[in-house]
Structures are given as structure tokens and as C-alpha cells.
Design a protein around this ligand. Structure first.
Ligand code: BES
Ligand code: ZN
Length: 616
């Protein structure tokens, strides 16, 4: 039987049903220490060992039936970490439940957690820590079967001098233990994969925004955050309308410090988001809608391993855009599709159209690091395949009920692309008959799922409604046609006045597609639109890319500010890459900026930027 290529655990012999953490956080030592109790169950006869995933852990001892037993830690296999083999004193038969208690501590090389000094926080007075486990970093803070094929419940008691929150429901706080620390208790009663275990601790405050949601962040930003995300309940309700009732009781949001490496992370009961979303204009709410959509797509129906990651992200993009369409109108959803298609093209160009990393269901055997394959491909190729199937079967009226049925059918399971496709056929045959099956047969699923490069679509330019994009395209072509001019009196600040953030993004992306622009033109454009001064991260990011492509020196210092103020990989990786290609000192500036700031970044981001810059 094929098992998860990204796990070293003996997944065919044993499963985990529950995991209990007993943790003590030390901000001074930058470690977490304590124990995990794993509730395990054998799947077959003759099981004599448990193999767990670990990464840079200090394993102290292992207990089975209240006695210490032997274990050994294998040599590290790069991204996959070190297999922890525990030899059982008994040979177990199928369906035997047993517990292991493992005492351990994390080490300074832990990739799952970033520790921030007080200076790196808003308040400047307290340290802070947060975790990020997807895809395979849970093993860097818990010895476990770190595969999304395993679905478990979890509980935790965490002792810390500062407020602790987790991707679970809170059970209580006790202050008794030792002076200066409290113990926070949690439980997650809905089964979920290990990559969704998450924790944060710091000077955190919360503010209710609805009967089932609150926002958490440092006090300095709580007001702005509560305002920015006040519409969260509407998004949840829209998700429930489209799919099934929300299954996780609470939906809270944590706004992280600026080094959070992603836009958002769908940790159950507690989505993590970057503070770059707090722009004052709600332009970042698409990300919250996206993370909410994961409550069904990914968190209930989960990819069996990281080769089917598109099941999580493609479906989530699909639901995200359905919700955007319902709440903000179909044209806005279509504009999001256009932005997505562009992101897909860029990823294909970056990896190369024949690269195996551009395959929807990539081969991850031989220890490929899933972080190295992270790109827009699973998101946007996945989305477009679903969008294409929807069109072929006859539109939303036929396809949306299928998507809901898919969630009901696979809720609390971990599945593969074949499971998805087989159910699609089964459902369409059952509900709509052979004629619909014939329609499905006209789709080249093999090319969609297994071929590298762009999707097999004949006229991609006609795929989406360009009503909102047209004005952006025409403004970009006017600038392009003026590249040899010195008189720009045809342009004015009014050009982009009525544009939304998304439209400005489309305009700037169009500019990036053109050959690079001369300095005097960029200067004139900035004179009209004041793009260098814009604080909105989406616009700032794209404008800086346009300028870097033109080797526009006045932008360099602003790029340095932006990539050192926040560490969201979507922004910092392309900017570092482009800066390092820029003439007149770009490469040296990228290098020195990164080296001076590498401790500011999350360990995953730091590692990837270093790779991008060819540093190690
Ligand atoms: N689950 C992802 C983030 C992720 C994926 C982290 C893989 C680690 C490995 C999250 O839901 C996500 O997709 N975030 C996006 C935002 C979204 C609007 C596309 C991001 O971070 O940019
Ligand atoms: Zn996502």
C-alpha cells in the first residue's frame, strides 16, 4: 500500500486517535518542554514497533504501560526529519488500543515555532511565540504521526507566563502552579490532521465581534483589527449557506506580528492572519473568506498527503470566490479569478513549464520538501479545474449541489484526487444520468491532473468576465504606449481614483508584464498616483516589483523598508528575488538586507529566502 511520501511513520500499522500535550513554555530558553500522550491503535496484526515523525527534538524518554521502554532516533532525512522508532515489549494484534507517553523538549532548530523578542512586538514589553505547522512542521514540536491521513482529536495543558491560545476550544485557566505563570487548558473535539495544531502566546487581548467570533491580537492593534474583520459572521453564514453548518463551534481570528510568513492559516477555531491585512479599508477580507472556506475544504475534507494538496487549496479558492460572488457581486469574484490566473502563469514561468512542480498532483517521493513546491499552482490550477468542470456539467445549479454533497460524503476523512474524481462520476451518474457522465468524459482529467504547465484550456482570455479589469488594462496600455514620451499631460491622479485595491493590483500586474519602464516614466507615474507612499501591502508590493524590473533606483530603499517591516513570503520572496536582479547594487543590497534581518523572519521564510538568493 502506498503511504504518505512526506512521513516516516508506520502509517499502515498504526493510527493515532487522540493526542494530549502537557507543555511548559520557556521564553528565556526559547523552547517548549513537557510530554505528549499519544492514544494509538493498531490496524493490523503483529505490530511490534511505533515509528513517529520528529524533527530537531530532544527525546528524553518513552513510557508504555507505566514503564520506560527503548527507543532510537534515526539519522535525519533532510526535510522529513528523524524517525523515532519505539520497540514495543509486546507484539500487538489488530485493533489494540494503547498509549505512549513521550517526554521531550524542542530545540533551537525548531522550524514550527518563531520566538519574538519584546522589541519585535508592537507593545515592545513582552516576548511572543507562534507556531506554523503546515505542511510538515508539526513534527518539529510534537513527536507524532505527522501525516494528514491521520485524523485525531487533541487536548493540551500549557503553562506560560503569557496568555496562551490554541487551535481548539478553551477549557479553563488556572493560576495555581508557580508564581508568574498560568496553565491554559484546551480541547479540540473534532478530528483533524496534525498540521492544524497551533499555538500562540504573548501579550494578547481579545474583542468579541459576534456570538461565535472574537479577534485576538496585541492590545495596540485590537481596535483596528476588530473593525477590519467585523464582517466575519457574514462570511461564516455564507459558507454555511453554500455547504453545511459550521462544525467547529468557534471561529476566532489571531492577528499575528508582522513576521507571520503567510497571509492566513486555517487553524481550526482560530485562524491566524498576517497584520498586513489590517489596511483600514477591509481590502484584506478575501483572505479571511479563504480561511473560513477551509473550515470545510481541508479541515473537514482533508488531503491524504501533500501530493493532493490541491484538494485543500483548489476547493478553498473555489468556495472563497463563491462567497465573494454572493456578498460582493459576481464581477468582483471574476476579478479575483483574473488575478488568480495571472498568479498561476507567474508560478509556471518561475518553475518552468515542464517542471514537475507545476503538476497539479506532483510526485513528492524522494523526500521532496513540500515547502519547496509551495506556489499558486495547487490553488489556481485546482480552482480552474473545478471551475471548468462546473462549466462543462452545466453551471452552478448542477455543480454547487455536488460540492455540498462532496463535503457531506467525505467530512472527517482524508482523501486522494482519485477519491474526488470517483465521487464526481458516481454523483453525476446517480443524480443526472449517463448523459452527464458523457459530459465529464469530454474533460481531459489526465492533462489537468498529471501534465506540467498551464491547464488544457483553449481560449483562456475568454474564461472570465473582464468588466472590472478592462479599465485597468486600458490604463496600462496607455502608459505602455507612452514609454518613449516625455510629456505625460494625458495622465492625472484621477486615472485610478475610482479603482478598488484589486483593480489597482490588476493595473500594476499588467505593467509588470510589459518590458521594463524608463525612470522618467516611473517618476511621472508616481507623481500622479503616489504609489510609493501607499501603505496597502498588495499595492505597495506590486508597485515595487514594477519599479525593480525597471531598475528604478529611488525605490530600492522603500523595498528594503517593506521587506524588513513584514515577513509575509508572498511579498518578501518575489521582492528579494527581483531586488537581487536589479542593477546598480541590487544583488548586494538584497544579500546584506537579508543577512541583517534573517532573525526577524520566521524560520521557514528565512530558509526559503536564503535558498532563493543562493545563500545556502
Ligand atoms: N493553508 C494556507 C497556508 C499554507 C499552505 C501554509 C501551505 C503552509 C503550507 C492558507 O490557507 C493560504 O492559502 N493562505 C494564503 C492566502 C489565500 C488568500 C490564498 C496566503 O497565505 O497567501
Ligand atoms: Zn488556503
Amino acid at each position: 500500500m502506498k503511504t504518505d511520501p512526506s512521513s516516516l511513520s508506520n502509517l499502515t500499522e498504526i493510527t493515532t486517535t487522540h493526542l494530549h500535550l502537557n507543555w511548559d513554555i520557556s521564553f528565556d530558553k526559547k523552547i517548549i518542554q513537557g510530554y505528549v500522550v499519544l492514544d494509538l491503535k493498531t490496524l493490523v496484526d503483529n505490530v511490534s514497533k511505533v515509528v513517529l515523525d520528529t524533527s530537531y527534538l530532544d527525546i528524553h524518554n518513552v513510557e508504555y504501560n507505566n514503564s520506560l521502554i527503548q527507543f532510537s532516533l534515526a539519522e535525519r532525512r533532510k526535510a522529513l526529519g528523524s524517525a523515532l522508532t519505539i520497540n514495543l515489549p509486546d507484539v500487538l494484534r489488530a485493533n489494540t488500543a494503547f498509549q505512549l507517553k513521550i517526554m521531550y523538549a524542542t530545540t533551537e532548530k525548531c522550524t514550527a515555532v518563531q520566538y519574538l523578542t519584546p522589541e519585535q512586538t508592537l507593545g515592545k514589553n513582552h516576548p511572543y511565540l507562534f507556531s506554523q505547522c503546515q505542511a510538515i512542521h508539526a513534527r518539529a514540536f510534537i513527536p507524532c504521526q505527522d501525516s494528514p491521513s491521520i485524523k485525531l482529536t487533541y487536548s493540551a495543558n500549557v503553562t506560560s507566563p503569557l496568555r496562551v491560545i490554541m487551535s481548539a476550544l478553551e477549557r479553563g485557566v488556572s493560576h495555581g502552579d508557580r508564581p508568574g505563570v498560568s496553565t491554559y487548558s484546551f480541547h479540540q473535539p473534532t478530528t483533524m490532521p496534525t498540521y492544524l495544531i497551533a499555538i500562540a502566546s504573548g501579550n494578547l487581548e481579545s474583542r468579541e465581534i459576534s456570538h461565535r467570533s472574537k479577534v485576538w491580537c496585541e492590545p495596540e492593534m485590537i481596535e483596528a483589527a476588530a473593525k477590519e474583520f467585523e464582517d466575519t459572521e457574514k462570511f461564516l453564514a455564507a459558507g454555511e449557506q453554500l455547504l453545511t453548518p459550521y462544525d467547529w463551534s468557534r471561529y476566532d481570528l489571531l492577528i499575528l506580528p508582522p513576521s507571520f510568513p503567510y497571509g492566513g492559516m486555517e487553524n481550526p477555531c482560530l485562524t491566524f492572519v498576517t497584520p498586513t491585512l489590517v489596511a483600514g479599508d477591509k481590502s484584506g477580507v478575501h483572505t479571511v473568506i479563504h480561511e473560513i472556506s477551509h473550515s470545510w475544504m481541508g479541515n473537514l475534507v482533508t488531503t491524504k498527503d501533500w501530493t493532493h494538496f490541491w484538494l485543500n487549496e483548489g476547493h478553498t479558492k473555489f468556495i472563497e470566490r463563491k462567497i465573494v460572488g454572493r456578498l460582493y457581486g459576481e464581477q468582483e469574484a471574476q476579478l479575483s479569478c483574473i488575478i488568480g490566473w495571472k498568479a498561476l502563469k507567474e508560478s509556471v514561468e518561475l518553475f518552468g513549464k515542464d517542471s514537475l512542480a507545476t503538476v497539479l498532483q506532483p510526485d513528492l517521493s524522494n523526500g521532496v520538501d513540500p515547502d519547496d513546491y509551495f506556489s499558486s499552482i495547487p490553488y489556481e490550477k485546482g480552482f480552474n479545474m473545478l471551475y471548468h468542470v462546473e462549466t462543462v456539467v452545466g453551471g452552478p445549479k448542477i455543480f454547487e449541489p455536488f460540492v455540498k454533497s462532496y463535503v457531506q460524503h467525505f467530512a472527517s476523512k482524508s482523501i486522494t484526487t482519485d477519491d474526488w474524481k470517483n465521487y464526481l462520476y458516481e454523483y453525476m451518474r446517480r443524480v443526472h444520468g449517463q448523459e452527464m457522465v458523457n459530459k465529464l468524459d469530454s474533460i481531459d482529467f489526465d492533462a489537468w491532473i498529471h501534465s506540467p504547465g498551464m491547464p488544457p484550456i483553449q481560449h483562456p482570455e475568454t474564461l472570465f468576465d473582464t468588466t472590472l479589469a478592462d479599465a485597468c488594462y486600458s490604463l496600462a496600455s496607455r502608459w505602455n504606449a507612452s514609454r518613449d514620451k516625455t510629456d505625460f499631460s494625458d495622465f492625472s491622479s484621477k486615472d485610478i481614483e475610482s479603482f478598488t485595491t484589486a483593480q489597482k493590483s490588476v493595473f500594476l500586474e499588467r505593467l509588470s508584464d510589459q518590458p521594463s519602464f524608463p525612470d522618467h516614466l516611473l517618476k511621472a507615474m508616481d507623481g500622479f498616483y503616489h504609489l510609493t507612499d501607499v501603505r496597502n501591502s498588495e499595492i505597495r508590493f506590486r508597485w515595487q516589483l514594477v519599479c525593480l524590473k525597471g531598475n528604478y533606483k529611488p525605490i530600492y530603499r522603500h523595498v528594503v523598508s517593506f521587506v524588513t517591516e513584514q515577513g509575509r513570503m508572498k511579498y518578501v520572496r518575489p521582492l528579494y528575488r527581483q531586488l537581487s536582479l536589479a542593477t546598480d547594487g541590487g544583488a548586494e543590497l538584497a544579500r546584506s538586507t537579508f543577512l541583517e534581518n534573517k532573525d526577524f523572519y520566521h524560520p521557514i521564510a528565512s530558509q526559503l529566502i536564503a535558498k532563493d538568493l543562493g545563500l545556502y
